[in-house]
Design a protein around this ligand. Structure first.
Ligand code: ADP
Ligand code: NI
Length: 206
């Protein structure tokens, strides 16, 4: 099942240049398994959800079609109902969505996959992904004249610049980590992003 899912996911992310290519999935998978082991989670559910977590994201695909494709795939690999429900719960609630989805993720499996995904959004790789995403979706690198957008109220499709994403999301993630092990890794990566932004602004204004 894992092997078939790997192939399904590779096909889905093929050619992505928005920071959601298959290497993102591999990093999330590896990190989720590490955190999952420490937290005593069901590692099959963790691995399946980590692999599939971005296949139903409305930024990357049409959500309705994606969910029905996923159901067909579950049918094909003969996952049982309990497993399907556990995985679907995670995929449904793990996305950041301006912070609105926070409290709904209940399983420990979901919490570790969410932490792993968030860890890949911060630090050096997180920074790189953010600029890839901005370029792919037509946002500028930086423009201090654009007022900050708050994801709690604004639509994420509203135009902004990549640096703004640090404030609307990335700098918030360390305090949203679910697990202790996740928090520790996040602290390090957070500091690195702060240094990056300081340096970026120093160069910009020099
Ligand atoms: P989630 O899984 O929480 O929904 P996203 O798919 O929105 O996460 O974000 C994953 C990564 O994509 C972010 O960490 C960031 O690097 C990039 N990203 C998402 N939205 C933006 C944006 N508006 N500007 C720049 N980068 C973004
Ligand atoms: Ni992701």
């Amino acid at each position: 099942m894992i092997k078939e899912t790997e192939q399904y996911v590779k096909d889905f992310h093929q050619g992505d240049t928005s920071g959601h290519d298959y290497s993102h999935i591999e990093r999330v998978r590896k990190m989720a398994l590490l955190l999952g082991e420490q937290e005593g989670a069901d590692l099959f559910i963790v691995e399946m959800a980590a692999l599939l977590h971005d296949t139903v994201d409305d930024k990357l695909t049409d959500e309705v079609t994606a969910w029905s494709k996923l159901e067909n795939f579950f049918e094909k690999i003969e996952l049982n109902v309990e497993q399907r429900e556990a995985i679907k719960h995670i995929l449904k609630y793990m996305s950041f969505k301006g912070g609105k989805n926070i409290s709904k993720l209940e399983s420990i499996e979901g919490k570790v996959v969410q932490d792993a995904d968030r860890l890949d959004a911060i630090g050096a790789i997180g920074i790189a992904r953010t600029f890839m995403f901005a370029g792919r979706f037509g946002d500028m690198m930086y423009n201090p004249a654009i007022p900050p957008r708050d994801l709690e109220t604004a639509d994420y499709r509203e135009k902004t610049h990549a640096i703004n994403h640090f404030y609307e999301k990335l700098f918030k993630l360390k305090d949203l980590m679910n697990t202790e092990s996740g928090k520790k890794i996040a602290a390090d990566r957070h500091r690195f992003m702060e240094q990056f932004i300081d340096q970026f602004k120093t160069e910009w204004h020099s």
